[in-house]
Design a protein around this ligand. Structure first.
Ligand code: NAD
Length: 347
């Protein structure tokens, strides 16, 4: 495996990000972590667990992101006699990775963690930054720890089996990173290679993930524990998007919600004179080029329910929601938005 880059962590440690050009290379790389390992996967990703490696296979899906699954991981680790320097290897989407890293953070007060993302979303969003956790009492990610992985292994071949809907979901987060990037490399790459990216050519997928991770790395290294407001910019599109997801009973994917939310944020920014018109137009056109529906509107009959979903987000965040708006390429600004502005850009 090749090391792509190292993400500096507190106390002089690093998360090392590796690439594996093919599945054999990934297996060989994972074998180097030695004998005391536990791979965690789900039924859709168990095929990527190297032959003979001790493993726990969970049922797939967000509904499994709970204490019971974490207990199963910890019990398996105990039954294998794992020590603090043993390695937990999560192989799967964000659900598997968040739980594997959470269990590792608890095991003997912190065991070693390696993450192998097998969805585009988890590759670009759930591997760096150290957020681990589970859902509880109906609230997403409400219990968890900050526990950055020791290594992340990007193996684009694993994405070949990913259903289209999940791939598109990840594309939404990649497009978000393209807008947040301080330079135009990712946005240029997405504009130039649309067809190849949609067809999932391994090399293009890898380059897209690498560029996207660089953007995430930039934001998290400047605000590792989300205390300075810098990292909050990564929520671009999320407040509008979550409210749409809630309104639709979660029948649309998270990525589609985020992309729709970004389109609303560009419109709100333009309305308030924060986002230059030309920039907003170019951003909306990139979003549509990737087949996302930017024009969808909330019908008048559902507007109150939508506003209620926004205000629930507000309560969760201690009374005020600051929306992420864009003043230009890589220039996020956080602003509370007046109800009238929200209504006018969604309806
Ligand atoms: N820790 C973080 O910073 C962070 C960031 C973003 C999201 N997340 C979390 O990630 C989760 C969402 O991640 P996700 O979108 O990857 O969802 P997921 O883990 O539920 O995976 C989506 C579906 O794809 C299947 N799958 C995964 N890889 C596959 C493959 N290669 N081939 C075929 N099927 C495959 C899974 O089994 C699942 O059914 C949420 O729980 C979210 O909270 C965490």
């Amino acid at each position: 495996m090749d090391r792509i880059f190292s993400v500096p962590l507190k106390g002089g440690a690093y998360t090392e990000v590796y690439s594996a050009a093919c599945l054999e290379e990934m297996e060989k790389g994972l074998a180097e972590y030695g004998g005391s390992v536990l791979a965690v996967a789900d039924r859709n990703t168990e095929g990527y667990v190297p032959e003979g490696m001790p493993c726990l296979i969970l049922e797939p899906g967000e509904s499994e992101k709970n204490w019971h699954s974490v207990e199963m991981i910890l019990e398996k680790a105990l039954s294998l006699g794992m020590a603090r320097d043993s390695v937990f290897i999560g192989i799967g989407g964000g659900v598997v990775l968040d739980m594997t890293a959470f269990a590792a953070s608890l095991y003997m007060r912190g065991a070693r963690t390696v993450l192998v993302p097998t969805t585009l979303l988890s590759a670009v969003d759930a591997t760096l930054g150290g957020k681990t956790g589970i859902d509880y009492g109906g609230a997403k990610n409400i219990i968890g720890t900050f526990y950055p992985a020791e290594s992340v292994v990007i193996a684009p071949q694993t994405l070949r089996t990913l259903p289209d809907r999940e791939y598109r979901c990840g594309l939404g987060e990649v497009i978000k990173h393209a807008f947040l990037s301080h330079d135009r490399r990712l946005i240029g790459f997405l504009s130039k290679n649309r067809d190849g990216i949609i067809a999932r050519g391994d090399d293009l997928v890898f380059e897209m993930i690498r560029l996207s991770l660089e953007v995430k790395m930039d934001y998290i290294t400047r605000d590792p524990e989300e205390r300075k407001g810098i990292r909050s910019a990564l929520n671009l599109g999320h407040t509008f998007g979550h409210a749409l997801e809630a309104l639709e009973g979660f029948s649309i994917s998270h990525g589609e919600g985020v992309v729709w939310g970004m389109a609303r944020a560009f419109e709100a920014g333009r309305l308030l004179g924060i986002t230059p018109g030309g920039y907003a137009d170019a951003a909306l056109s990139l979003i549509s080029d990737y087949g996302f529906d930017t024009g969808r509107r909330i019908p008048a009959s559902s507007l109150d329910r939508f506003m209620e979903a926004i205000s629930k987000d507000k309560k969760k965040k201690g009374g005020s929601v600051r929306f992420v708006l864009m003043a230009g390429q890589g220039e996020p600004v956080l602003r509370p938005l007046d109800g009238e502005v929200v209504r006018s850009v969604v309806s």
